[in-house]
Structure formats: C-alpha cells, structure tokens
Design a protein around this ligand. Structure first.
Ligand code: DO4
Ligand code: MG
Length: 285
C-alpha cells in the first residue's frame, strides 16, 4: 500500500492512499489529520485496509498536487553504504580517501543530518545546485520512514543532492556539500507493509535529461546496501530521540562519471521499483 500527501483543488493539504497508478483515496475525509498520525499507529496495516473499504472521495492524480510525504520528521542520511559510493569518494578526495575506506568497514556507519522537514523539496519542484560549486550530482536513494519508536514503517524515494568538489576538497566541508537550499527532495509515495527482504529486491534507477535528451542513466539494486536497515536505524536512534519520527536516506549506489555535472534546467528522475518515481528539475541556488 502507498500513502501520499497532496494539495487538493481548494489548496487543502490532505493524506491519500493510492488505489492504482492514477487514483487516490482521500483519507482526510475519514478524519485522518496527517501522515505522521498514521505512521505512529501500531495497527497501521489493518487501519489502512479498513480505510480502503470506506466510501471516501476518489481523486485522480491529475487533479491534485503531490507534496513531499515528510511532514514533521527530521531527515538524516547514511553514506558510503554501497561499494560504488566508497570507490567514488576515495577517488574524489585525495586527503580523506582512507576515511571513506575505514567507514565502509567500520562497525559504526556514517550518518549525517540532511534536512529540516520544512526545507524538503516536493516532487516536481526544483532541486538546487550550489552557485559556488562546479561539480554537482544527484544521489538517488531509498529512504526509510521511521516512527518515534524507531520502527521502520515505510519506504520512500530521496535525492541527496551533493557538491562533489566541495566534499572532495576537505572532509570537514561535508555539511556544505550536502546541506544548502533545495538539496533534499523526498517523495511522492511512502510504501508501507513491505519487509526489508522485499525492499532489498527493488531496483533503483536514475535518469538525467537535458533539453529533452537523456545525458545519464544508471541502475542499482537496494540489495547492494552493505548494512541492514535495522543496523542503520539503530545507530541513528542511539542517544537520540525523534518525537516526530525520522526519515533516513540509505546512501547512493549510482554515481555518474567524473566528467558529469548537473546543469540548470536538467531533469532528474529517480525510480524505485516498489515505490514510484521522484522527478525534479534543477535550478541554481
Ligand atoms: O561521505 C559522503 C557522503 C556519502 C553519501 O551521501 C552516500 O554514500 O550516499
Ligand atoms: Mg548520499
């Protein structure tokens, strides 16, 4: 089952349950106040099954605007979880290559803060490339949706936009390479009720278009992630509480060639087979 947040024609923010590729059920009409209240519900799946059988308004996706499903959660990100990511970071960073090598093998994963919820970019809205960076890439990532008890309650799609020249110059510049206006897009759907084993069978694709033509395509499998999801969530929740839950990006396994950098007006499309597609144009910020 897939949940979403959307704005209806009266500009009201609502919660939806996807019935198929074109239709959503408006759960707000049944008194569902927000997506977070659902994610906190210990009986989420039976509740959604019950809601799906109610006579609620059905809306076509073409008549609503999909929003990011991130309502109040902080967004965090794990890094160097795929071999491909470790190799790329070691190549871009002369001074810190060993840091990436060591974190890939270490017990403690790399986890960093990515975005406040109110700064997350919605599907269809522009993601940003920094004006002071010359090498910018999208990072297509599976994101874990976690409730306040540390339970993984769903999966969504994220773009961890990154400036590789800033990150590669000095590892202490990582927050500037990763956190700036429009650097994090998430959505549109949260797939609930899938096990980790199922999610690990999903394929992640990245397509970048420029002037209507594809300039990069890549693909990986969620199963290539080195660490278990529980392991990543366990470290995120160590000595830290999340009263509104959290969203944790699980790292990238697709890295465009070193000659590639994003340009304004490119279109970045990220697909995850069990979830859907997150598409955003690119602007300079
Ligand atoms: O250490 C740098 C960032 C790693 C990252 O974002 C990733 O592997 O996806
Ligand atoms: Mg990343």
């Amino acid at each position: 089952m897939k949940l979403c947040r959307f704005e209806n024609s009266q500009k009201r923010v609502c919660v939806g349950l996807a019935l198929d590729d074109q239709t959503i059920l408006d759960l707000t009409a049944a008194g569902v106040e927000g997506i977070n209240s659902l994610l906190e519900d210990g009986d989420l799946m039976p509740r959604l099954t019950d809601l799906a059988q109610q006579n609620l308004p059905r809306l076509s996706l073409s008549e609503v605007t999909l929003l990011t499903p991130v309502e109040k959660q902080e967004v965090w990100a794990a890094g160097v979880t795929y071999l491909r990511s470790k190799k790329a970071r070691m190549e871009e960073s002369v001074s810190s290559a060993s840091a990436y090598d060591r974190v890939y093998e270490a017990e403690r994963p790399e986890i960093f803060f990515k975005s406040l919820p109110e700064k997350v970019v919605s599907p269809g809205q522009p993601v940003g490339i920094r004006r002071d960076a010359r090498w910018n890439v999208p990072e297509p990532e599976l994101a874990l949706v976690i409730n306040s008890h540390g339970q993984i309650v769903g999966y969504t799609i994220a773009n961890d936009m990154s400036s590789r020249d800033i990150e590669g110059e000095n590892v202490l510049y990582l927050p500037q390479a990763k956190i700036y206006d429009r650097s994090c897009a998430v959505g549109p759907f949260i797939t609930v009720g899938a096990s980790e084993q199922e999610a690990r069978s999903w394929t992640i694709t990245l397509q970048i278009q420029r002037n209507g033509e594809s300039v990069f395509q890549g693909e990986t499998s969620v199963g290539q992630i080195k660490r278990s999801f529980q392991e990543l969530v366990g470290f995120l929740f160590r000595s830290q509480t999340f009263p509104n839950g959290a969203v944790l990006l699980t790292g990238t396994g697709i890295v465009p060639p070193d000659t590639f950098t994003l340009q304004e007006q490119d279109l970045v499309e990220i697909g995850i087979s069990g979830i859907g597609t997150l598409a955003c144009p690119v602007i300079s910020v």
